[in-house]
Ligand binder design. Structure first.
Ligand code: SF4
Length: 466
């Protein structure tokens, strides 16, 4: 069975094709932006046409660097805007989950996979610190990875967690701050559980200097955020000890919309460009862009494996892999995931082999988003047909002043960076749409774990039950 999933429309009926009435619905954006987004959605509508597949470990890629992504879905509070695969933290369940995760990692090693970096995301990977450290040790022993990135929350920046993470060889710690504005944090449902602005500043100060990269994740275009609030956040970031900051525009997936309306409201597009321009101008020159939404102090830093890696393998429940042009997704049921690992399988339940054109368009998006499409890289990875397949996209971006040629290839202009943020957000919204559809089918299990089920329940999809 094959079906597309898209978060781009409120009905989320499974068809991601933009329709004529999608353009006025993007009210608040300029016409050009709306047209570009509609064209982008049209050209990428087939990316997530997933279909059921057997649960064996896929073969390692023929060449290129591969990152291992490990998903840890447990959180102490569930933020209303979040559309990641997350559940309330339950210690016994979380410890069992980590054991399954390590078994799955071993399975990939036995199948011949080798990784150059590891990225622990969630959820909150530091929800069970001892289990996390044991898993990092296993990954480092098996693969000798040079880079280990871990996501965390402000209140986990405590000496008893930070010390073991540093000793375990973590090279990048990424803290979900979202904002330093207490009013916005309250509306986002984070103030009580993750602390207010003053406390977050103090927590970040404790982690400063302990890791090669300390990244802060912040969100902008929060409904009640005004320019002054964003500027205060930017000032705070410049004054703290973090050497990397990632600024994401707030995204609203169909199932999170209802929760957001009841708490923090919905984002609207009209202020996005102003906010993005403000972020660029206030962070420079202290921080240099390392992707369209990531900025580093003092040179290149790791941003996102989706952008940096040629391939990635996702382990755990609700993780994605991209190997040699095929997208894979693991089960969103924690019970089914554990059962599959117990049966000697991996977590993968669905896949989609991208066509040659889609592979090239995805590479164009991710490379330009990472600030550089290298001509040699494109030819090496996609062959001489690459530039024919993305000719229309590249020409459009050049004509609109969004990308310019340089000695080795193409890079985005400031205007292009803004449009690429819109396009990457649209891409992630599609991914969120798929996540929601899969979570909707295990709503009973998630509800039992104190999780509000997604608002939109799709028609039955066999992949979700596996
Ligand atoms: S935003 Fe972070 S802490 Fe909040 S629910 Fe999502 S993953 Fe958990």
């Amino acid at each position: 069975m094959r079906r597309n999933f898209c978060a781009g429309n409120d009905k989320c009926g499974g068809d991601s094709r933009p329709r004529p009435w999608d353009i006025p619905r993007m009210a608040g954006r300029g016409l050009l932006e709306s047209l570009l987004l509609a064209a982008f959605r049209l050209r990428t509508r087939g990316f997530l046409a997933m279909e059921e597949c057997p649960g064996g470990v896929p073969p390692p890629p023929r060449e290129g660097n591969v990152t291992l992504y490990l998903h840890v879905p447990f959180c102490r509070a569930l933020c209303p805007f979040c559309s990641f695969h997350r559940v309330m933290h339950e210690p016994a369940l979380a410890r069992r989950y980590f054991q399954s995760l390590r078994q799955e990692v071993l399975r990939y090693h036995e199948a011949g996979h080798r990784f150059s970096g590891a990225y622990f995301g969630g959820g909150t990977p530091t929800s069970e610190p001892a289990e996390l450290v044991e898993t990092i040790a296993l990954v480092r022993r098996l693969f000798g990875v040079a880079e280990v990135s871990v996501e965390t929350n402000p209140r986990d920046l405590r000496p008893e967690i930070l010390g073991p993470l540093r000793d375990a060889g973590v090279t990048r710690l990424s803290v979900g701050v979202q904002s330093f504005d207490d009013r916005l944090l309250r509306e986002m449902g984070r103030l009580d559980q993750y602390g207010g602005g003053d406390e977050i500043r103090e927590c970040v100060g404790r982690a400063a200097g302990l890791f090669p990269t300390l990244n802060l994740d912040l969100i902008y275009n929060i409904p009640d955020q005004d320019l002054a609030s964003l500027e205060r956040d930017l000032e705070t970031v410049r004054g703290l000890g973090a050497n990397q900051v990632s600024f994401y525009p707030l995204m609203a997936a169909p199932s999170t919309r209802r929760r957001m309306i009841g708490s923090m409201g919905l984002p609207e597009g009209s202020r996005l460009r102003l906010f993005h321009r403000t972020i660029l101008s206030r962070l420079r020159p202290d921080f240099t862009p390392t992707s369209c939404w990531c900025f580093s102090r003092g040179g290149k830093g790791t941003d996102e494996y989706v952008i940096d890696a040629d391939h990635y393998v996702g382990v755990g429940s609700g993780a994605f892999s991209y190997l040699d042009g095929t997208l894979y997704a693991t089960s969103f049921s924690l019970q089914a995931y554990e059962a599959r690992i117990g049966q000697g399988l991996c977590g993968i339940v669905s896949r989609h082999r991208l066509g040659a054109g889609d592979r090239c368009r995805l590479a164009l998006l991710t490379r330009l988003f990472g600030l550089g499409l290298d001509r040699e890289w494109a030819l090496r990875h996609h062959g001489p047909g690459f530039f024919r397949k993305v000719r229309a996209e590249l020409l459009t971006l050049e004509c609109l002043g969004a990308a310019r040629r340089n000695a080795g290839g193409w890079s985005p202009t400031d205007r292009g960076m803004y449009w690429l943020v819109l396009m990457m957000s649209a891409f992630y919204e599609s991914v969120n749409g798929y996540r929601e559809a899969m979570r909707a089918h295990v709503a009973g299990e998630l509800r039992a774990m104190d999780v509000a089920p997604p608002a939109m329940v799709q028609t039955a999809h066999p992949i979700a039950r596996i």
